[in-house]
Design a binder for this molecule. Structure first.
Ligand SMILES: Nc1ncnc2c1ncn2[C@@H]1O[C@H](COP(=O)(O)OP(=O)(O)OP(=O)(O)O)[C@@H](O)[C@H]1O
Length: 279
């Protein structure tokens, strides 16, 4: 058993975390750690609460429960202060100021971020990851293709000099070629030490980028484990709530540390055996 007191703080930790639209909890009692430098995926069907969870982590939605960023209690902090702690969110809408040039968008994100790296250096490093943007720096963001807009959106998160990047369905609507480029970019930025929490509908994207997966359904985590511990069919079963036709893959410990989460599945399924209750 590892000793919690000697562990480094997680890049992001949610504890009994719920997020509300009005009085309705769209994410309910979610607990997990995202270790520094890891890439973790959140999968789930439409309406599962994935986007709400990310928006709530970034500070845009009312929440209860605990949230810490790099060991600092952050659940009552404004989005701007969370950003200064190193958390950046790339929303689903491919956010950019369309009237501003690509370069101006990058600069704006740098100015409103932590500025831990000089602007030129931050920009150079982003353009290394997204070379397609290098030739478009003077163009209005509104003139970019959908794929380039997504790359700009991710770049804006990186320009804030983030440590933790929250990505909300970055591959939605992109062609297979652009998805591959984005997958490569996510891997590269993760290799450079940026922690990634990736919300996706596309299992293959998560499979190629993340080492650990949480499956959310109805606002609750219904399964979590290493990416290698689950396949597309089992994910489909978890989405639909159908009973599995074969035993689930064993739940293994967190890739960087022992499991921290007790979900319905945890309680119902000892590692490597049986079917979870409620499926
Ligand atoms: N602004 C809002 N006001 C009220 N309810 C909302 C709002 N946004 C989302 N919801 C509801 O919260 C629940 C979770 O939605 P959310 O968008 O977080 O799910 P999701 O898993 O990201 O789905 P998708 O993959 O379709 O984006 C849904 O029932 C949705 O209708």
């Amino acid at each position: 058993m590892s000793d919690d007191s000697t562990r480094l703080p997680a890049a992001l930790e949610l504890t009994g975390f719920s997020a509300y639209h009005g009085s309705v909890a769209a994410a309910n009692d979610v607990s997990f750690r995202v270790e520094r430098g890891s890439a973790v995926g959140v999968l789930g069907p439409n309406g599962a609460g994935k986007s709400t969870l990310l928006l709530a982590a970034a500070g845009f939605v009312r929440t209860t429960g605990g949230l810490s960023i790099a060991g600092q209690v952050a659940d009552r902090l404004s989005p701007a202060r969370r950003r200064r702690l190193g958390l950046a969110m790339v929303p689903q809408e491919r956010a950019a100021v369309l009237e501003l040039s690509v370069a101006e968008n990058l600069r704006l994100s740098w100015l409103t971020g932590r500025r831990a790296t000089p602007y030129e250096q931050a920009r150079e490093s982003v353009l290394e990851i997204f070379p397609a943007l290098a030739g478009r720096l003077g163009d209005p963001a509104g003139n970019l293709s959908g794929g380039q807009r997504q790359m700009l959106a991710v770049s804006r998160g990186l320009m804030a000099t983030c440590d933790v990047l929250l990505l909300d369905e970055p591959t939605a609507g992109l062609s297979p070629k652009l998805i591959s480029e984005l997958v490569q970019a996510i891997r590269t930025l993760n290799e450079r030490g940026i922690t990634v929490l990736l919300v996706e509908q596309n299992f293959s994207v998560v499979e190629r980028t993340c080492s650990y997966i949480h499956v959310l359904n109805g606002g609750r985590i219904v399964w979590h484990g290493p990416t290698t511990g689950i396949d597309r069919d089992s994910i489909g079963d978890l989405y639909s709530g159908a009973r599995r036709t074969r035993p689930p893959a064993p739940r293994a410990p967190d890739p960087v540390g022992e499991p921290r989460v007790r979900t319905t599945v945890d309680r119902a399924v000892p590692a490597g055996s049986g079917e979870p209750e409620g499926t």
